[in-house]
Structures are given as C-alpha cells and as structure tokens.
Write a protein that binds this ligand. Structure first.
Ligand SMILES: NC(=O)c1ccc[n+]([C@@H]2O[C@H](COP(=O)([O-])OP(=O)(O)OC[C@H]3O[C@@H](n4cnc5c(N)ncnc54)[C@H](O)[C@@H]3O)[C@@H](O)[C@H]2O)c1
Length: 322
C-alpha cells in the first residue's frame, strides 16, 4: 500500500514508519520537523536507507491546503495515518493557536485532500485528553458529556467530530485510537524526559510538578505500534474508536522519579514538590480507562505501565551514551 504518514518524523510516527517500511509498504512522510529530522535520519540517509528506498519525505506545513493537495496529486495514496499534532500541551496552554493549527487544522486539511482525491482509509491518533476530568468513571468509548480541559484536548475532540462527518459524507473507513501516555526510545517530551534532563543539570535535587500522586497509565511504544497495526491490517467499513492502554494500573509521578533516580544510579536525591493535585493547568491528574473493546479484538500489551516506564528510562540512558 502507499501510506501517507502525517507527522512521521515525530516520536510515534517514526516508529510506525519503521514498521510499515519493514512490512514492504511505500511510505510518504509529511512533517514540518518541529523537533528536527533525527528520528528519520536512519531511513533517509543511514545504512538502512537503501532498504527503505520506498520512503518519500516532504517537509511541509500540514495546514497548508495547497501544499497537501499537491502531495496527494503526486502520489496515489491508499491510506493516511495522521500522527501530526502539537504534542506539547503546556506550550499550547500558553498559545492556543498552536493547538488550533497543528492539531485541528492539520486534520481538516488532510480530510479535505482525502475527499478531493477519494482516499478512503484514515487512522487518527487521538488522546485520553478528549474526556476531560472524570476521575470517578471508568471511561468507555461511548462515555458522553466530554469536556476537555486543555486546548489540546479540545482540538483533538473537534478533530474527532469533523472526522466523523467526513467518514459519513465521504464513505471513509476510520480507526480512531485514544492513546494514554506513550513512552519509549525517541521520546520528544514528557515527565521522563524532563526528570532525566533536570537530574543531569542537578543530581542532588529534583523538582516534581504537583504533589507526585498524579497517576496515569503509560504504554510502551512497541505495544502501541503493535496495536495500531493490528487494528488497521484490515480496514472495516465505517468508523471505530478504541481506548488504547495497558491492562494494569497507572504509575504515579513519584514512582517515575524513583525509577529515574535508580536507573541513573543516583542516591540521596531531594524530591521537591511544587504542590497541588496536578502538574499544570490543563493536566488531567488521573483517569480510568475501560479497554475491554480493544482486548476483545485479540490484541494485548506486553509491558505493564511501570515496566514501560523502567524500560523507557533505560532506553533514554542508553541513547544518552551513544
Ligand atoms: N506521545 C504521547 O504520549 C501521546 C499521547 C496521546 C496522543 N498522542 C498523539 O499521537 C500523535 C503523535 O505524537 P508524538 O508523541 O509522536 O508527537 P511528536 O511531537 O513527537 O510528533 C508530532 C509530529 O508532527 C509534526 N507536526 C506537528 N504539527 C505539524 C504541522 N502543522 N505540519 C507538519 N507537521 C507537523 C511535528 O513536526 C512532529 O514531528 C499526536 O497526534 C499526538 O497528539 C501522543
């Protein structure tokens, strides 16, 4: 298949492209490279580049309709995996237009090109942030009354809504995954990334946002890619939404700090909490996912949340030594 991966140079998109290329697909990667091209250098120039000659890369602003139409015009696209978004929720909190452009408008532009060029298959990377704060409810895909508490969550929910309308009007087949926190090698942001950076600057003291009891599920990137591939191997008519997560309880922020300290081989680190029940405005400190729908398809994750955290810290330390 010819697969367009929007945001393919990012953390998740690059792992997905590795997999799709290994499977023999032709990949068209479109990305404006907010974090540079380090995640895809091995595909474009490295030793694996000759094996991955089926990749085409476009450095393009995905909210630019003319530019995206031109890419659809040049390539016979069978499916779109939309992984592009603003992934820095705190940054979007300072400047809402970032979420509007990178999270919502990219979706609208891709849908318009899909409509014009009659591309029928879409995979969309959504998020637990669409639910907003419902700590006492076990969230299922049909939980209603969604009230996102960040611009990011709002832009994702708006994207889901407009996708639904295109799916219906243009007979598209859509799989929407609501990811929890995704971690693993090539991470570009998030709590593990921040803790390692802070401890490199000062190995005696670690500032922790909130009171440390925030507790969320973390899924390892290989489990996530496996789930995406599992669900999109055969496209079914219509639109399906899946909560995607690990079966175990989540991991608290304090536990993550302890794992980072242990894996870095540090001792006597002073944990300083900024206080309050959340890290920042727009953060959702805890949520409970019902994942019976995705488990019923036969997929199951390998890593628990805390195993995923430990493995990611090991990966990051290994990467730092390269
Ligand atoms: N990582 C997580 O924990 C997590 C959790 C829930 C949902 N998601 C979703 O999964 C997807 C991938 O996340 P990620 O962690 O790989 O993020 P990332 O920031 O590493 O990758 C996103 C990529 O999209 C590109 N991009 C953003 N706006 C663009 C635009 N306007 N034009 C062209 N390129 C643009 C960026 O350059 C980047 O390479 C995103 O949609 C994100 O919202 C991620």
């Amino acid at each position: 298949m010819n697969i367009l991966v929007a945001g393919g140079a990012g953390f998740i998109g690059s792992h997905l492209m590795d997999y799709l290329l290994d499977e023999g697909h032709n990949v068209i990667c479109v990305d404006k490279l907010i974090f540079g091209n380090k995640n895809i250098l091995h595909l474009l120039h490295g030793k694996q580049a000759s094996e991955s000659r089926k990749i085409r890369f476009y450095k393009t602003e995905l909210s630019n309709q003319q530019a995206v139409d031109a890419i659809f015009d040049e390539n016979q696209i069978d499916a779109v995996y939309h992984m592009a978004a603003n992934s820095d929720i705190q940054k979007g909190g300072q400047e809402p237009s970032i979420d509007f452009n990178d999270t919502f408008m990219t979706t609208h532009t891709l849908l318009e090109s899909m409509r014009k060029y009659e591309v029928k298959n879409l995979f969309f990377a959504s998020t637990s942030a669409v639910y907003g704060e419902m700590p006492d409810i076990e969230l299922t895909e049909s939980t209603g009354g969604l009230k996102p508490v960040s611009y990011y969550g709002g832009a994702k929910l708006a994207s889901e809504a407009i996708i639904s309308s295109y799916a219906s009007m243009c007979d598209m087949n859509v799989v929407v995954f609501r990811f929890p926190n995704v971690i693993g090698p090539r991470l570009t942001h998030g709590v593990i990334f921040d803790f390692i950076k802070k401890l490199k600057d000062n190995p005696y003291k670690l500032e922790i946002l909130g009171n440390g009891t925030q507790c969320k599920p973390y899924i390892y990137i290989l489990d996530l890619v496996d789930a995406i591939v599992h669900l999109t191997k055969n496209w079914f008519p219509g639109e399906e939404i899946y909560n995607l997560s690990v079966a175990s309880e989540g991991t608290t922020v304090t536990k993550i700090a302890q794992i980072v300290v242990e894996e870095l081989g540090l001792e006597n680190v002073d944990f300083c909490y900024t206080g309050g029940d959340r890290g920042w405005k727009g953060d959702v400190p805890r949520f409970k996912y019902d994942i019976s729908k995705i488990l019923s398809t036969g997929w199951k994750p390998v890593y628990t949340s805390t195993e995923a955290v430990r493995q990611t810290v090991k990966d990051a330390i290994f990467q730092m030594k390269q």
